[in-house]
Design a protein. Structure first.
Length: 311
């Protein structure tokens, strides 16, 4: 594992002139990511479901060297995703797929998908492909160490986990999907001759409000203790994402904390399971995701190459 001692958000390269979209940006890892990028000079779009909360979060960042704005995006609603993408016309340096839900009671998105798979994977899958013609640098997707949980797999015969739903099973499936998505996205970008890179990152154990929605009272209690004793704060948890977003790294890289069990520490390249490295599963998941969302990998014009050359 390659260590990067003491790297933090103050080490970010100058982001002046760069534009980023961060999903789920009104709290937790999202707002920490927005704050760091804006303070480094970027223009950051907070893509959030609740624009009121988004504006309140944006106020905490205003005054940074860069700038921020809020736009509505509900990743559990394909119509909302399409509307967000339709409103985008400018080059986009960085797309950070950060939003997510974890271990929640069984429910469905507006399009009938199991909510964790639908939000964490399918929503970001659709958003990324719709915005990809505008992306000039990279896509970073926030995954999780939960993809390592025993038995984690993509339930291709039952992606919605109908009649076999378990909150942790659904979450770990969605996080495995994030890594397989990154793998296949990078393969397709390379095949298309695009300079854009796809990377993934995980925060380790970061104390955010994500754990508060857990379906299990026992897990909520354990996580509350862990948040106080083990976890990093949201700013430290965002460092692997920021490192993936700003450092010169190979496509399909996976970043996480370098400490014990990858729970905390400085950002570093980390490993992933064999299931998360399987190109056949990645291609199969991509095909299923296209069929479910109706969104496909777009033709990439010379826009990306031209934008990269002009940087």
């Amino acid at each position: 594992m390659a260590h990067t001692p003491k790297w933090n958000s103050t080490d970010l390269p100058d982001q002046t002139g760069r534009t980023a979209v961060v999903t789920g940006a009104n709290s937790g890892l999202g707002i920490a990511t927005v704050d760091a990028l804006a303070r480094a000079g970027a223009h950051v779009v907070l893509a959030v479901r609740d624009t009121g909360r988004g504006e309140a979060a944006a106020e905490t960042v205003r005054g940074a060297r860069g700038s921020v704005e809020v736009r509505r995006l509900d990743l559990a609603d394909l119509a909302s995703i399409r509307a967000f993408a339709a409103g985008w016309q400018d080059p986009l340096d960085l797309l950070i797929n950060n939003a997510g839900v974890m271990n929640i009671p069984e429910s469905r998105t507006k399009d009938g998908f199991e909510t964790q798979f639908g939000t964490n994977h399918l929503g970001h899958f659709a958003l990324t492909n719709l915005l990809l013609p505008y992306v000039t640098d990279r896509v970073v997707t926030v995954a999780s160490g939960a993809h390592r949980l025993p038995g984690t797999r993509i339930h291709f015969d039952n992606l919605n986990l109908t009649d076999e739903y378990r909150p942790v099973t659904a979450y770990s499936q969605s996080k495995l999907a994030n890594l397989l998505f990154t793998l296949e996205l990078q393969r397709r970008l390379t095949a298309a001759g695009s300079p854009v890179r796809a990377l993934a990152a995980h925060p380790g154990w970061a104390a955010t409000n994500l754990q508060g929605a857990d379906a299990s009272p026992l897990r909520r209690a354990v996580m509350q203790v862990g948040n106080r004793v083990v976890a990093q704060d949201n700013k430290a948890g965002a460092l692997p994402t920021l490192y993936a977003a700003t450092q010169d790294l190979p496509g399909a890289s996976y970043l996480g904390p370098d400490g014990l069990a990858e729970m905390r520490g400085a950002p570093a390249m980390v490993g992933r399971t064999a299931a998360a490295s399987d190109p056949e599963s990645a291609a199969r998941l991509w095909q299923a995701s296209e069929e479910l969302t109706g969104v496909t990998f777009p033709p990439l014009s010379g826009r990306q190459v031209t934008a990269e050359a002009a940087r």
